[in-house]
Ligand binder design. Structure first.
Ligand SMILES: Nc1ncnc2c1ncn2[C@@H]1O[C@H](COP(=O)(O)OP(=O)(O)OP(=O)(O)O)[C@@H](O)[C@H]1O
Ligand SMILES: [Mg+2]
Length: 306
């Protein structure tokens, strides 16, 4: 027997021995544990599959629900400016932010979302990205958990966090009809790790998975001069809409908020709660923006002091 033949035989025996021991370690096919696959995103966001909750809308904070209110008109105007901004560059995901607390980010985000959703051809996803002081669930009267923070921490899947209103759409003018195109992801449980969650890039994964299924995605955020979350979340957005509060936001705060998003496409400022048109000099630094200074006017002003 030649030495080459012997070597080949030894190699074959060794190979067989490895195969036998591998197959003795592997469980028989019928003993394999069932593979738990999460539902496809298409299944999750099919209108009938989104979890339905009975929302209790806070009507005084949602003037866009009311026919012919002055604020409703202002939000329609903002909506059309945003739609026009699409012609300059693709725009679907918008982060709403501002420099300081209480300037009206959540008020603008939720009312703009409703205004977009009332345009019946648009399906809208509103995400509460303020995982420190979430408020949007209160305005919609929705549950706040599970939500974004649970998804970003890997504790839950997409299908657990998207919700919509359960009430039947009875007639054309009902509130349920006005928000029937609106889906919502609440902020989830608040913790002191929201900066890390916002920065872990799962938000980009979430937006790219859901983006094909919605016409608009709005993300509310905490004040950018206080914490870094908004800048991190802005990476998932096509543009940033800034809010300044009339007679309250100092000029330099608005400027610094704008500078904080230097890596993002700034759509412009919403001048919120203005009682009258801005004076010529006061806000002319906004005019270069794609969406100029819209005003969400309202008689009531129940703001908290920063
Ligand atoms: N245009 C407006 N008319 C009347 N009330 C308003 C208006 N804008 C905001 N508010 C009220 O002011 C308060 C603060 O607004 P909001 O919660 O939207 O601010 P925010 O910027 O999201 O604050 P935070 O940074 O704490 O999240 C809320 O009670 C809200 O209802
Ligand atoms: Mg807010």
């Amino acid at each position: 027997m030649s030495r080459i033949y012997e070597a080949l035989q030894r190699a074959e025996l060794e190979w067989k021995a490895t195969q036998d021991s591998e197959s003795s370690r592997a469980p028989a096919p019928d003993c394999l544990p069932p593979i738990e696959e999460s539902p496809a995103v298409e299944d999750v966001v099919a209108p009938g599959n989104i979890a339905q909750h009975a929302w209790k809308l806070s009507i005084p904070s949602l003037p866009t629900l009311t026919e012919r209110s002055a604020a409703g008109e202002q939000f329609r105007s903002l909506r059309s400016r945003i739609q026009q901004a699409c012609y300059q560059a693709p725009l679907k995901t918008i982060l709403v932010s501002s420099g300081m607390p209480s300037e009206g980010k959540s008020f603008v985000a939720v009312n703009l979302a409703i205004s977009l959703a009332r345009n019946t051809v648009s399906s809208v996803l509103l995400i509460d990205g303020d995982m420190r002081r979430p408020t949007i669930h209160n305005l919609l009267g929705a549950s706040n958990t599970p939500g974004l923070s649970e998804y970003l921490s890997g504790a839950t899947e997409l299908n657990d966090i998207v919700q919509r209103d359960r009430r039947p759409v009875t007639d054309e003018s009902s509130d349920a009809r006005k928000i029937s195109n609106l889906a919502f992801i609440p902020a989830g449980k608040c913790g002191d790790n929201s900066s890390e969650l916002a920065a872990n890039h799962r938000i980009e994964k979430l937006v790219s998975a859901l983006s094909p299924h919605f016409d608009w995605i709005l993300i509310d955020s905490p004040p950018v001069l206080a914490v870094t979350d908004a800048v991190e979340l802005a990476r998932a957005a096509d543009g940033v809409l800034l809010v300044a509060r009339a007679e309250s936001t100092p000029f330099d705060v608005a400027q610094r908020a704008q500078a904080a998003f230097s890596n993002s496409r700034i759509l412009g400022f919403v001048l919120n709660a203005a009682k009258s048109a801005p004076s010529a000099g006061a806000y002319n630094y906004y005019y270069g923006s794609e969406v100029a200074d819209d005003r969400a006017k309202s008689g009531t002003d129940s703001r908290r002091k920063p």
